[in-house]
Design a protein around this ligand. Structure first.
Ligand code: ATP
Length: 205
């Protein structure tokens, strides 16, 4: 039996940090963000569709996606955001399902799917949550001030940019209300690791 975790949280709340701890405990990680990057690689059909929908201005000189140019369009226009989702989400979800199937076939005990928009999707009945059955959902929590500080020190954003990005998402508290389990990542890494260990023991019991 494979135990399947759906993991999410807020920007900079510590999802990747918890992923790494779960991997150390033997979990197989399926990371939606890295699959997004893979499916829209230069030369891919997904990238051609993006160019057809948004114009060649979103492709850079090397034939790769110009994230900043696309971000400018998407950020201002909700319809464009929806259009992009309709191009990118199906192949990404398909690849996640394929990898989950492989992990089950291989007899893996624990699989974690890191999906940034997991709870947004759960709320609207769309996205991965509409297709994949999770044995447990986990939200990684940190206070907003810490999310902002971590983004400033990691990504070099100024405070205004970091705040805007945090507040553009469904509130982290709301995600935690929807989750089966919450990991409090406001303390030390050791604190977080203890919570992750306890959860894994519970999941595998
Ligand atoms: P994003 O949404 O941007 O992908 P994320 O939720 O995956 O972010 P992480 O990358 O895990 O968040 O953490 C953000 C930053 O905060 C990283 O630089 C990480 O090393 C640091 N960090 C995370 N948890 C802790 C902690 N408990 N103590 C100290 N630093 C931490």
């Amino acid at each position: 039996m494979t135990f399947v975790i759906g993991l999410s949280g807020g920007i900079g709340s510590g999802k990747s940090t918890v992923d790494a701890m779960l991997e150390k405990l033997g979990a197989v990680l399926i990371d939606a963000d890295s699959i997004v990057h893979e499916v829209q690689a230069p030369g891919s059909p997904v990238l051609s569709e993006i160019a057809a929908a948004f114009g060649s201005g979103v492709i850079d000189a090397d034939g790769a996606l110009d994230r900043a140019a696309l971000g400018d369009v998407i950020f201002r226009d909700p319809e464009a955001r929806e259009k992009l989702g309709s191009i990118v989400h199906p192949p990404v979800i398909g690849e996640m399902v394929r990898r989950l199937y492989e992990a089950r076939q291989a007899g893996e005990k624990l699989v974690v799917l890191d999906i940034p928009l997991l709870f947004e999707g759960k709320k609207t009945g769309t996205g991965a949550a509409a297709v994949i059955r999770f044995d447990a959902t986990v939200a990684v929590w940190a206070p907003e001030e810490l999310q902002i500080e971590r983004q400033i020190s990691r990504n070099g954003y100024d405070r205004e940019e970091a705040e805007r990005r945090v507040r553009a998402q469904l509130s982290l508290d709301e995600k935690c209300d929807m989750a089966d389990h919450v990991i409090d990542n406001s303390g030390s890494l050791e604190d977080t690791e203890r919570q992750v260990q306890a959860l894994v023991e519970q999941f595998l019991a």
